[in-house]
Design a protein around this ligand. Structure first.
Ligand code: UDP
Length: 417
């Protein structure tokens, strides 16, 4: 069934239990039907895509459940907030990487078929299938002849050759044309990359930027930075830069280490771990720090659950991705923490950061320029504070959680008619 087939009357006839009628926040006079949704995500780990789906699944007013293709902390987060989670696991399918197709893939075919069927079976009880990741897209959309439900794909990626292999790009092209009913992109950069890949109309890929709950940041008591740092085991009385996010080559933690080597008395805390098989890179960072002679000024904190506290404990927040970032949640989180953010100017980042106004933009992959930016903000605390204040205002205005949820809901309801 295509989206156009799913008329309002049909949805109502599927039973009141499956749908809820509520007033849309931005259109109080109009009554809209909220469809029941099966959310599907390939990851059990917590990355940007999962953190953006979490509040959406939690707040969805109609019946909704989540199907994960891997187990991990994402499941417990969802469950602890009252969301029912199903798992369908296949070791072979989990190991398929987005970058390239190997002949070994043939061996995973039975697993792929099993997962396609498992998703289709779960989808039968819902009005809509919401696919949150690349693998969820492929497996969920391939099963469309079985489940025949409208499909919404939340695009969190830049569909470029740098990020994806030929086969994945071909699959996306084909599936978005023939099986997906609605796409929502997390940035104009992600949307543009899909338009370039598929030749679809730009209007077919609406953009909804991520949002964060500023209250989670304002509730951290950071008046006494010394106490906060002591609690987190961070050095007191030093100028401290923070880099937040999973350890992966394209996230550019090595660029921050090189920049640090140019600034003798600055410290750096790296918060995050290797989530998707980037263990070797994580180890190389320790070796690089030792080689550069900065190991005593680099603090590896690992994955942390309490980002607001860690962000508020630093003087400046760095974003160092060497490739275009699809969105960069850590940037709006840093802004919500009221800290100046220095970010690599590529992809979705330039949709968030206005240079010298609400943040500081640097050319990606350039340690010397990064060090210069850090030194500039360090030497001008009033400028840094002005930027941080504006950043906080901008987050509240343009990247709030409530705004995000309302826009997502509107876009999702639009897909289902
Ligand atoms: N994150 C976290 N703890 C960590 C490292 C990262 O909770 O130790 C969160 C971070 O706060 C952000 C998300 O992981 O919400 C990363 O999202 P982003 O869009 O920046 O990057 P992605 O992982 O999606 O590429």
């Amino acid at each position: 069934m295509s989206t156009s087939d799913l008329s309002r009357a049909q949805m109502m006839s599927r039973g009141a239990a499956a749908t809820a009628i509520i007033d849309d926040i931005h259109a109080p006079s109009a009554t809209v039907i909220t469809p029941s949704v099966l959310f599907v995500d390939q990851s059990g780990q917590l990355g940007g895509a999962e953190f953006s789906m979490l509040p959406l699944a939690v707040a969805w007013v109609a019946r909704r459940e989540v199907l994960l293709l891997s187990d991990g902390p994402f499941r417990s987060r969802l469950e602890s907030q009252g969301v029912k989670v199903h798992l369908t696991l296949d070791h072979g399918v989990s190991r398929i990487r987005k970058e390239g197709v190997r002949l070994g893939w043939l061996g995973t075919l039975p697993g792929i078929v099993r997962q396609v069927r498992a998703i289709a079976r779960q989808a039968e009880d819902f009005d809509v299938l919401f696919l949150n990741t690349q693998k969820a897209l492929v497996l969920g959309a391939l099963g469309k002849p079985l489940h025949r439900k409208p499909i919404i794909w939340h695009l969190h990626d830049i569909m470029s050759r740098e990020h994806f292999g030929v086969m994945q790009r071909l699959m996306v092209k084909w599936l978005t044309r023939y099986a997906v009913d609605g796409i929502i992109a997390n940035s104009h950069a992600s949307a543009a990359s899909l338009v370039a890949l598929t030749d679809c109309r730009p209007e077919a890929v609406p953009v909804v930027h991520n949002g964060v709950d500023v209250r989670e940041f304002s509730s951290v008591d950071a008046d006494d930075i010394g106490t906060l740092r002591r609690r987190l085991g961070l050095p007191e009385g030093v100028y401290l830069a923070g880099l937040f996010g999973r350890l992966a080559p394209w996230k550019g933690q090595h660029i921050a280490l090189e920049a640090l080597a140019r600034m003798p008395d600055v410290h750096l805390v790296l918060v995050g771990s290797a989530l998707f098989g980037e263990q070797r890179y994580a180890e190389s960072l320790h070796r690089q720090a030792a080689r550069l002679g900065v190991a005593d000024r680099v603090h590896f904190a690992g994955f942390r659950d309490d980002m607001p506290a860690w962000m508020k404990a630093v003087d400046v927040i760095l974003h160092t991705s060497t490739e275009a970032e699809p969105f960069g949640r850590v940037i709006i989180e840093g802004m919500a923490a009221g800290r100046p953010v220095i970010a690599a100017a590529a992809g979705g980042v330039v949709e968030i950061v206005r240079h010298r106004k609400n943040g500081w933009l640097v050319e990606p992959g350039m340690p010397a320029l990064l060090a210069e930016a850090i030194e500039t903000l360090r030497a001008a605390p009033e400028l840094a504070q002005r930027i941080a204040d504006q950043a906080l205002n901008d987050v509240m205005q343009y990247f709030s959680l409530d705004g995000y949820l309302a826009q997502m809901k509107r876009a999702m309801v639009a897909v289902t008619g």
